[in-house]
Design a protein around this ligand. Structure first.
Ligand SMILES: [Fe+2]
Ligand SMILES: [Fe+2]
Length: 262
């Protein structure tokens, strides 16, 4: 287990045996050359997907909710921000995945990953709501202006709520470095950044994520789960995330009978 200042609650049930390092392949695409942090991260973690060194739990995410209470005051500070775009579903499920990933990657700063995951999409509450679906989930959505806006607004939320809860100025800026660019920057700059990105993708493989996100993209469940397999699994950075996503997708496809209802 990790030696973080704030330990991630161990899973009570359904923990699979650790898989240990596995053979991977070199990262296919290099990062933006101008991004020295991303370059350093890619060099340090050149084996992709990044092998897990802790246990990888592939059981349904509902079996290991984010159970620690240390972030309750932070949740309460952003209740308003959770009421936009399904954040009150997306963020807690993503946090549960983030905590699993931190158990698989104990070298990561779990506090940083957890707080960044909790806050990463709070900025959606401070952009023009009428443009969220029309611009943020259609066409070349990763480059839509509204995507940049929600990242910047998310940083504003972090800077507003974290200092009063006792987080240091340095920690707040590290959180903002992860939030800013979490959708629009194509590469991760640190292990913590990578784990937040993977947690943000993993929630979509759970049945709740499929239910919500397929409607945002105006896709039926079978089309959406096909897209998860073809487009999103290859984007995952860590081996643990790939294993969790694959297990979730198999379960969700069976549950939703996507092989038949298409
Ligand atoms: Fe986002
Ligand atoms: Fe997100």
């Amino acid at each position: 287990m990790s030696t973080h200042q704030t330990p991630v609650a161990p899973a009570d049930v359904g923990t699979a045996a650790g898989t240990g390092p596995a053979a991977g392949t070199e990262a296919a695409a290099g990062p933006d050359a101008a991004d020295a942090l991303a370059e350093a991260f890619a060099a340090e973690y050149s084996l992709r997907p990044v092998p897990a060194i802790g246990p990888v739990d592939t059981a349904p995410i509902a079996t290991t909710p984010a159970a620690l209470e240390d972030l309750d005051s932070l949740w309460q500070a952003v209740v308003h921000e959770t009421r936009t775009r399904g954040n009150d579903i997306h963020l807690p499920i993503s946090l549960a995945y983030a905590e699993r990933l931190c158990r698989a990657y104990p070298d990561a700063d779990a506090d940083l990953v957890r707080v960044a995951t909790l806050l990463h999409d709070t900025g959606w509450a401070h952009v023009d709501e009428s443009r969220i679906i029309s611009e943020g989930f259609t066409g070349d959505w990763r480059k839509a202006n509204i995507r940049y806006e929600h990242e910047l607004q998310g940083c504003n939320v972090a800077r507003r709520v974290l200092p009063g809860l006792g987080y240091s100025a340095d920690f707040v800026e590290r959180i903002c470095e992860i939030i800013e660019g979490h959708d629009t920057r194509p590469v991760a700059r640190s292990l913590e950044d990578a784990l937040m990105r993977d947690a943000d993708r993993l929630w979509r493989f759970d049945q709740a994520g499929i239910a919500l996100a397929s409607s945002w993209f105006k896709m039926d469940p079978a089309t959406y789960t096909d897209r998860l397999a073809v487009e999103i699994v290859p984007e995952l950075i860590t081996e643990a995330a790939v294993e969790m996503a694959t297990a979730d997708l198999d379960r969700s496809n069976a549950l939703l009978k996507t092989a038949v209802i298409r």
